[in-house]
Every structure is written in structure tokens, then in C-alpha cells.
Design a protein around this ligand. Structure first.
Ligand code: GDP
Length: 709
């Protein structure tokens, strides 16, 4: 069976929002409306829709799926008489789940990477909130075109104008309404479509019936004011449209095509509004998704590189190209096991194909493919270029992996994730849970690349690491709720790093020559500090076979192991360049082991002589508080070594922007609550690593020893 929906009629979108802005309610409505007008079973005749388990029919399950597929034809188009004609008008929309939490930057970023456009939901009472700002800027980073939806206009205190103003002031001047509300708060009744200049009413139990009618006289001037704004902005950004506008000779479809082009270029961001809860306006947002957000074809080309030669490979988003896809989420499903969500960039993935995982260079067979609909999974035979779906039950795949046609290996720039900045000891409450805990922790690390597990080599404890206290709390909670593993956790430990500040030379000798075969390893190295975030660099400057080539890998291995273990307080070393430039060997006694040990000895000595320091994770902090507590909060922050950068007015609240060492911030949520009588709140995310002040150097060493005991 071929493609039912051409690529230009596919939309991969995310709905992104501040927590509580109404993302869940809006998504539910989207699934409802798309389900009402489209019965999957009708269209996909010949394909099987497996009704997996009765529980799965419950809507809640797929709302949280990594991607849900639905179908929509613009609500302003007349329905045709035949099914075929109606299908012709339909677009396929894949809604990719994007978490709203700032702590999960990795999750947000990897979902943003695979989507082509986004709907950003705002609370019509609050306007732009802290997290909407963060997510917005993350979407900027990946150049995601978007449309806005100002939700909750029925709520007390809602204001369309103020919300729009806060978007224009804090996010972008290019956000321009294409729809305005009629009435507000409890009088919010319907919308005006500025493109068609019609009132749009929503009737039926869930607002599923869309009725269009002329604008009454008393609303005409307001509608014209906003329509003019829209048309003028379009003329500003689209020359072709400007000419038509000046001649007053343009059609509805001219407006749509001008909006579409400038929306994709991020020069015009259409603003919609309504109330998801009161079933008003969501269908128009869906119209906006299909009319204005890009299709995978708008990507034009897909860039990756050849894993062997590193040369660039450019593919087209077309079914005729070799297959390539990016894995953006692994989910564990209680019923079918691992679901690996992929976004196909080029070519076709068929059931039964043998596919290469570029990272591991291993091939695997694709057993089953599924896509999720609002309340069921559909088994499918193939996924086409631009599609999103899931492979069932494959092991050894990770988020961020590229999979492709083995004949054309390609690697997409893998999504870069930060190393954990915090670690916690974790143990199961009961011995029986030991094994289960191991299995599910491993599964969670596959799902979330910023979540890590390791075993403390000295104590044998299992440690979990992540991007912040909240991140780890949520993981522990998921273990308990999703997998029924109860655990105890220890105190959080900051992931410090060690580095050096001076160039020095050092020698390492490992020589044992008493009786029998001896040991002989001897190296001389130079260490140089590197800039922040440069990691580790090894240079082999041995000339004339002073040390034979075959021992060099053992020396490098000794150095790498020491880098990982650390020297001063067992924190990994970073930002260091090591040059091996001298040494000697013994014809009989030299061995890999002897050279490896010699390298370790040399590096330990070098680090101790090179004025070692610690680096610590610095967090970006936003605190929101009523004015009256501002002094107490800034005073408290100062005692936490925070650098306060700005204090802004956000509505009635003050917003403090600061950078602060993670080590000073454990339990801050509780402290802030008590400082502000429960009214303050904060967001924190990793910023970078910076030098720990000298006066804390000894503290870190003794703390670490304290933990080890
Ligand atoms: P999410 O956290 O962004 O997924 O937000 P939800 O969809 O869960 O909504 C948060 C709260 O706002 C819930 O209590 C919803 O019932 C409510 N809500 C969502 N949309 C609207 C709306 O349009 N009007 C009103 N009054 N409440 C809404």
C-alpha cells in the first residue's frame, strides 16, 4: 500500500506550554475534533487496527504518548459528498509530546528537534509566564516555526489584549492575531476570523459544530482594526503581498499563502485565541496548523554526515531517497515492551527491513511498526519520509541514535546532552526489588539521556545522576509509580570536577626488576590547562621510538582511567591537555601494564603540582515573588553565593534572575516557600561549570572523604 497522505499534507507539530496553560485540555480537544470528523477505520481499509487491551481505549494513555497521529481538513471548507473527496482534503497531523518542564531540557530539546512546527499555548489570564519564555527560546534555537494560542479567555481576569501585549513585549513583535474574541470572561462567546471576516461559533455538546456567519455591525470596526494590523504586517514582510494590498486586489488564498510563507520564515506568527475548556476556538488552531505550519518538505534537505569519512551527506525529504531516521524517544509500554519512536527524514521504513544503527554499527530487523491514534494503536506496514511512528520491541537503541539503510550509512548530528550535575545514592526498600530496580533504572536512562546510573567503585552503592534535584526526584517517583519499585535515596552530591591551572612536567616510573621477568614502564608528560569545556586532549609527541608505538595505547588508557577517577578528590578531571614527550623502555621487562601504571603515576604527580582546583555546576535561577518578600529573598540568595543579575516586574510579581552554585541550592523550594508564605516559586536549570572559590577547596575534599566513609 502506498502513501495515503502526500508529504506536503503532513504536519509534525508539538503543543508547547507553561504547565497549567491548558496543553492537556487543548490536546484532548484536538484528538476529539479530529476523531469526530475522521474515523480511522474508514480510511485505512485493509490495514488492521489492533485493539490491544481494553485499558488502552482510555483516552489518557495516548495523550501522553510520544506521538499521536490524527487527521484534519480545514474547517472553512465545505464537506464533500464522497469519502474519497473528503480524504483528498485531509492533512495528517502527528502531535509530538513536548514536556513543559524546564528541568527536562534534554527532553524538550529532543522533541523540538524532530518537529517541524509548534502551537504555543498561553494562559489568557497570566499571559507570558517564565516557562513559556524558556520553551519559546528553546524553540528559537531549533528554528521551529510556530503559531500562538491564547487560551482560557473564559476565565475571570482574562484579557486578550494584555496577553497579546505580553507576547509582543517579551517574546516577539511578529506575533499578530488572525482571530479575535467576541466578549471576554463569562461573556466570551465566539470568535472573529480575520482572514474570512466572519463570526465563528461553536455548537454541539463539545463545540464540534462550527458555524460561520456575518459579523454584526457593532463588531465591524474592531474586526477591521485587527484585520488591518494583520494585512499591514503581511505587506511589511511579503513584497508580493504588499503589491496586491496596495492595489486592493487580493483574495483569501493570497492572505493564507502570504501568512504561510512568512510564518515558515518566522516573520509572522499567527495568534489564535479561545477556550479549550469551553470548546471554543481549537478547530481554528487546527486550521492554522495545516494552513501555516511547515510540512517536512519545507525542510528542503536533510543534512548528516558519513560516520566513516565525516564528510557531509545531503538527502532530500523524499520516499525515493535511502532510508534515514532519528530516534527521539524510547517509551516502555506495559503491554508491548519498548516502543522506539522515530522520525523518518528520508526514504521508507518497511516492516521486515534490516536497518543499521549508525552509533553501534549493528544491524537489526524491524519486526513491528505502529502509530498511535487517539484511542488505539494501529499496526502499519511502512513509515514514509516525514512520518513519525514507533518500532516495537527493539533493543539497544538510544534516544539520539540515527538509524538508516545499511547501504548508505548516515549520522545526524547527535543531540548533545550535558553530563549529570548531581548524584544520589539509591537503594531498593526490599532486597527482592534489587533486580527490578536495576532493570527499570537502565530503561529510564535509555529514555532520558541526561539521566545516568553508576556504581560507586569504593562503596559499591548505586548512584543516579541528573540535571537537578527535581529531575532526580521525578525519576524516583516514576520508579515508584510506573514500575512499583520503592526506594530509599541518600543526600544529593554535587558532581564537581577537577582541573589544573598551571603547565607542569612530571615523570612516572614503574620498574620492578628483582628476579624473574620484571616490569618496566617509564613516561614523561607535560600537562597544560585548557579552556572551559574543552575536556581532555592527548598528544603523542614521542620521537624516534624512545617508547615503541605498541605501548602508546596502554599509556593513553592509563591516562584516561586516571582522568575519569580524578586525582584530588576522585572527581573526574577536565579541561586538560596531556603531552607524552619522553620516557624509556626495556627490551624484555616492558609491558602494557607497566606503561599504563607509569602513566597513572605521572599524571597524578602532574596534577598535584599544577595548582589543581575544583569546578562546580552553576545554575540559572529564576525566582518569582510578591514585592514584599524581595529583600528577604535577595538577602538569602547572597548568602548562597548567588550573583543576582536582574530584577524584573512581571505583572504583580517580581522576577529575580540569578546564577548560583548548585551546591548551595539543595532544598531551595522549601526554603523559598517559607520565606514567602508559600507565594514564591522558582525555576532552575544547569548553566555551566565554574571555578570553586579557593576558601572552599578543603571543604570539598573533606566532604568527599566524609561521604566515602
Ligand atoms: P496543562 O498543565 O498545560 O496540560 O494544563 P491542563 O490542560 O491540565 O489545564 C490546567 C487547568 O486549567 C485545568 O484545571 C483545566 O481544566 C484548566 N483549563 C484548561 N483550559 C481552560 C480554559 O480554556 N478555560 C478555563 N477556565 N480553564 C481551563
Amino acid at each position: 500500500m502506498g502513501r495515503l497522505y502526500p508529504l506536503e499534507k503532513t504536519r509534525n507539530i508539538g503543543i508547547i506550554a507553561h504547565i497549567d496553560a491548558g496543553k492537556t485540555t487543548t490536546t484532548e480537544r484536538v484528538l476529539y475534533y479530529t476523531g469526530v470528523s475522521h474515523k480511522i477505520g474508514e480510511v485505512h481499509e485493509g490495514t488492521t487496527i489492533t485493539d490491544w487491551m481494553p485499558q488502552e481505549r482510555e483516552r489518557g494513555i495516548t495523550i501522553t504518548a510520544a506521538s499521536v497521529t490524527c487527521f484534519w481538513s480545514p474547517s472553512y471548507l465545505e464537506k464533500s459528498k464522497t469519502k474519497e473527496e473528503n480524504i483528498q482534503k485531509e492533512y495528517k497531523i502527528n502531535i509530538i509530546d513536548t514536556p513543559g518542564h524546564v528541568d527536562f531540557t534534554a527532553e524538550v530539546e529532543r522533541s523540538l528537534r524532530v518537529l517541524d512546527g509548534a502551537v504555543v499555548v498561553f494562559d489568557g489570564v497570566q499571559g507570558v509566564e517564565a516557562q513559556s519564555e524558556t520553551v519559546w527560546h528553546q524553540a528559537d534555537k531549533y528554528n521551529v516555526p510556530r503559531i500562538c494560542f491564547i487560551n482560557k479567555l473564559d476565565r475571570m481576569g482574562a484579557s486578550f489584549e494584555d496577553s497579546l501585549k505580553s507576547i509582543n513585549e517579551r517574546l516577539t513583535k511578529n506575533a499578530i492575531p488572525v482571530v479575535i474574541p467576541v466578549g471576554i470572561e463569562e461573556n466570551f462567546s465566539s470568535l472573529i476570523d480575520l482572514i474570512r471576516m466572519e463570526i465563528v461559533d461553536f455548537q454541539g455538546e463539545k463545540g464540534e459544530i462550527v458555524i460561520r456567519k456575518p459579523i454584526p455591525d457593532n463588531l465591524i470596526s474592531e474586526a477591521e482594526k485587527y484585520r488591518k494590523l494583520m494585512l499591514e504586517k503581511l505587506s511589511e514582510v511579503d513584497e508580493e503581498f504588499m503589491n496586491k494590498y496596495l492595489e486592493d486586489n487580493f483574495t483569501e488564498s493570497d492572505i493564507r499563502s502570504a501568512i504561510r510563507q512568512s510564518c515558515i520564515k518566522y516573520q509572522f506568527i499567527p495568534v489564535y485565541c479561545g477556550s479549550s475548556l469551553k470548546n471554543k476556538g481549537v478547530q481554528l488552531v487546527l486550521d492554522g496548523v495545516v494552513d501555516f505550519l511547515p510540512s517536512p518538505l519545507d525542510l528542503e534537505e536533510v543534512r548528516g554526515f558519513d560516520p566513516k569519512t565525516n564528510s557531509e551527506i545531503i538527502l532530500k525529504p523524499s520516499d525515493n531517497e535511502p532510508f534515514s531516521a532519528l530516534i527521539f524517544k524510547l517509551a516502555i509500554d506495559q503491554f508491548v515492551g519498548t516502543l522506539t519512536y522515530v522520525r523518518v527524514y528520508s526514504g521508507v521504513l518497511k516492516r521486515g527491513d534490516v536497518i543499521l544503527n549508525t552509533r553501534t554499527n549493528e544491524s537489526f530487523r524491524v519486526g513491528r511498526l505502529v502509530v498511535m491514534h487517539a484511542n488505539q494503536r494501529e499496526e502499519i506496514e511502512e513509515l514514509f519520509a516525514g512520518d513519525i511512528g514507533a518500532i516495537v520491541g527493539v533493543k539497544n537503541l538510544k534516544t539520539g541514535d540515527t538509524i538508516c539503510d545499511p547501504k548508505t550509512p548516515i549520522m545526524f548530528e547527535s543531540i548533545k546532552f550535558n553530563e549529570p550535575v548531581i548524584w544520589l545514592k539509591i537503594e531498593p526498600k526490599t532486597k527482592q526489588d534489587q533486580e527490578k530496580m536495576g532493570i527499570y533504572l537502565k530503561a529510564l536512562t535509555d529514555e532520558d539521556p541526561t539521566f545516568k546510573i553508576k556504581v560507586d567503585p569504593e562503596t559499591g552503592d548505586t548512584l543516579i545522576g541528573g540535571m537537578g534535584e527535581l529531575h532526580l526526584e521525578i525519576m524516583v517517583d516514576r520508579l515508584r509509580r510506573e514500575f512499583r519499585v520503592e526506594t530509599n535515596v541518600g543526600m544529593p552530591q554535587v558532581a564537581y570536577r577537577e582541573t589544573i591551572t598551571k603547565t607542569v612536567e612530571a615523570e612516572g616510573k614503574y620498574i620492578r626488576q628483582s628476579g624473574g621477568r620484571g616490569q618496566y614502564g617509564h613516561v614523561v608528560i607535560k600537562v597544560d590547562p585548557l579552556e572551559r569545556n574543552k575536556g581532555f586532549e592527548f598528544v603523542n609527541a614521542i620521537k624516534g621510538g624512545i617508547i615503541p608505538d605498541n605501548f602508546i595505547p596502554a599509556i593513553e588508557k592509563g591516562l584516561r582511567e586516571t582522568i575519569e577517577k580524578g586525582v584530588i578528590a576522585n572527581y573526574p578531571l577536565t579541561d586538560i591537555k596531556i603531552t607524552l614527550f619522553d620516557g624509556s623502555f626495556h627490551e624484555v621487562d616492558s609491558s602494557d601494564l607497566a606503561f599504563k601504571i607509569a602513566a597513572e603515576i605521572a599524571l597524578k604527580d602532574a596534577v598535584k603540582k599544577a595548582n589543581p582546583i575544583f569546578l562546580e555546576p552553576i545554575m540559572k535561577l529564576e525566582v518569582f515573588t510578591p514585592q514584599e518578600f524581595l529583600g528577604d529573598i535577595t538577602g538569602d540568595l547572597a548568602s548562597r553565593r548567588a550573583k543576582i543579575e536582574e530584577v524584573l516586574d512581571v505583572g504583580e510579581l517580581k522576577k529575580i534572575l540569578a546564577k548560583v552554585p548548585l551546591a548551595e541550592m539543595f532544598g531551595y523550594v522549601t526554603i523559598l516557600r517559607s520565606l514567602t508564605q508559600g507565594r514564591g516559586f522558582s525555576y532552575m536549570e544547569f548553566y555551566n561549570y565554574q571555578e570553586v572559590p579557593q576558601y572552599l577547596f578543603d571543604n570539598i575534599i573533606s566532604n568527599k572523604q566524609g561521604i566515602k566513609k
